[in-house]
Design a protein around this ligand. Structure first.
Ligand code: NCD
Length: 314
């Protein structure tokens, strides 16, 4: 998608496919959809069918894809747990499953536990494939909705100071979001995680070479006080071979009301891709700066609706 905002017929596999122009196009489309009544939008994808194949659990990504496609007038074929509901259980390969789904659908949205599977699926598919999370790889549509949420608030994606907390090693939303923010000049992100869950050195070097300023910190005291956003994340239990290690690390850093009043700025967005499993105190939910249960989650639907219409309408 480099140098163009042409999305028609394209797969969405990584944030690396995007440039500033294509991101602007997604945001402009999402902002327009957000303002338009569903009744008016309903004709956009009439007659189109999306296939949703989620080989890993999901609340928001699955539901916002499904609801978004339907709000545009389309319909969906849904496998929430293909390991049980599809012929995967009989040993069907991902390539064959995709080849079947493309006979019935105009677009596929796939989540899979193994990094790299989305490329395999996209190569096998003649219809566009959207990556809804591939293991510890990427989650591009989550990053786009997170960037959209930041952009709506600050009207820019440059000169930002952000904080990311939790599982930098395994968190695919983090990987895509850093990729996205590294496209814009003068962004600094503070990374706070247990030392076992730091970004891999390979990824750290890749992102910093692109110009983003990544600063690793190891305690809550080092959080700077004037961040545009805090992006808390869950320690990714399912990626641990040693469950005791997970138990030890899972609540290393907790977002509390006290911390918010001590360190957050008056406009700091409090974000989290969700689900949260103890790392945000529920007392924070009612803070006007907390967007994880509201704007951020809802924007996911608008951004996905924008991608659907850009990909399926010439
Ligand atoms: C994230 C995911 O699946 O990567 N959730 C989401 O899609 N909003 C984050 C997570 O599971 O921790």
């Amino acid at each position: 998608m480099k140098n163009s905002e042409i999305f028609f017929g394209k797969d969405i596999l990584s944030l690396d496919q995007f440039d500033k122009r294509s991101i602007e196009k997604v945001f402009a489309t999402a902002a327009k959809i957000k303002k338009t009544s569903t009744k008016k939008l309903l004709r956009t994808l009439t007659g189109k069918v999306a296939g949703l194949l989620f080989f890993e659990p999901s609340t928001r990504t699955f539901s916002s894809n499904s609801a978004g496609f339907k709000r545009l007038g389309g319909q969906t074929v849904e496998h929430q747990n293909p390991n049980v509901t599809s012929s995967t259980v009989k040993g069907e390969t991902i390539e064959d499953t995709v080849r079947m789904m493309e006979q019935y659908c105009d677009l596929l949205v796939i989540r899979h536990p193994i990094k790299g599977t989305l490329e395999i699926a996209a190569n096998a598919s003649s219809v566009p494939v959207i990556n809804a999370g591939d293991g510890i790889g990427e989650h591009p549509t989550q990053a786009l909705l997170d960037m959209f949420t930041i952009w709506e608030k600050f009207k820019t994606l440059t000169n930002l100071k952000g904080l990311m907390v939790g599982d930098m090693l395994n968190g695919r939303t983090v990987h895509s979001l850093i990729r996205g923010l590294s496209m814009y000049p003068n962004n600094t992100i503070y990374l706070l995680s247990p030392k076992q869950l730091k970004l891999s050195r390979e990824e750290f070097d890749l992102y910093t070479k692109r110009g983003i300023n990544l600063i690793e910190i190891d305690s809550i005291d080092q959080i700077p006080s004037d961040c545009h956003f805090w992006y808390w994340t869950r320690v990714q239990k399912e990626r641990f071979a040693d469950k005791k290690e997970y138990e030890r690390l899972k609540l290393s850093f907790i977002l509390t009301k006290k911390l918010v009043s001590k360190k957050a700025g008056k406009d700091t967005l409090l974000m989290h891709p969700l689900p949260r499993v103890g790392e945000i105190e529920t007392a924070v939910d009612s803070d006007p700066r907390a967007v994880y249960l509201t704007t951020e989650a809802r924007n996911g639907m608008y951004v996905r609706m924008a991608l659907f219409s850009l990909i399926l309408k010439s």
